[in-house]
Design a protein around this ligand. Structure first.
Ligand code: SF4
Length: 83
C-alpha cells in the first residue's frame, strides 16, 4: 500500500457539502442581522454579539445560512465549505 490516504470525511452531519460556520467576535459589531436572518443557526449573546448556536456549527441545513453571511455588514460570519 502506498502512503496516499484518501480524504477523510469529518464525522457528524453526513450531508454532502458539509459547512462550518463561525462568527469572528473581533469583527462583529452586534448588528444582529445574522440572528435575524437565520435564527436557527445564530443567536446573540448578552452583549449583543452574534454567535453560532451550540451544535449548529454545521449550518443545520439552513437555506438562509448564506443569506445570513451576506447580511452581516462587517463580514464577521465565515462560512467554510468542504467535502
Ligand atoms: S450580523 Fe455580523 S455584526 Fe451583526 S451580530 Fe451577526 S456577526 Fe455580528
Amino acid at each position: 500500500m502506498s502512503g496516499d490516504a484518501p480524504r477523510e470525511r469529518r464525522t457528524g452531519g453526513g450531508a454532502a457539502g458539509a459547512v462550518a460556520v463561525a462568527v469572528d467576535r473581533g469583527v462583529c459589531i452586534g448588528a444582529g442581522q445574522c440572528a435575524l436572518t437565520a435564527p436557527e443557526v445564530f443567536t446573540q449573546d448578552d452583549d449583543g454579539f452574534g454567535q453560532v448556536l451550540p451544535g449548529r456549527e454545521d449550518g443545520h441545513g439552513s437555506a438562509l445560512l448564506r443569506e445570513a453571511v451576506r447580511a452581516c455588514p462587517v463580514s464577521a460570519v465565515s462560512l467554510r465549505t468542504g467535502g
